[in-house]
Ligand binder design. Structure first.
Ligand SMILES: [Zn+2]
Length: 98
């Protein structure tokens, strides 16, 4: 299940205005500019969760150029993790944790 553009727009507000209750419990160091180089879910969640600015930038790209715009700008790997991030947001929202 992939988030749709409608989902992106819906989560836009939530993600920019609130910190999600997801912490980096893994102890890995995250490069705040280039993002994690591993496949650790915690790291990737923190990458966006700790930086509302970054989420805003990504959302702007999505709103203007769609998902392909994101892939062009950041690469398929980051976009793949971003989708997982959004799915996690969705799950938390469903559980009433947001
Ligand atoms: Zn990690």
């Amino acid at each position: 299940m992939n988030p749709t553009l409608k989902d992106y727009r819906r989560y836009n507000k939530v993600m920019i205005t609130r910190q999600l209750p997801i912490g980096s419990m893994c102890g890995h160091k995250i490069d705040p500019v280039n993002g994690p180089t591993n496949n650790c879910m915690d790291c990737w969640m923190s990458y966006w969760n700790n930086d509302a600015n970054r989420v805003q930038i990504w959302m702007n790209v999505i709103n203007n150029d769609g998902e392909q715009g994101l892939v062009n700008e950041f690469g398929a790997k980051q976009v793949k993790w971003f989708k997982r991030f959004l799915i996690a947001v969705k799950a938390l929202e469903k559980q009433g944790k947001l």
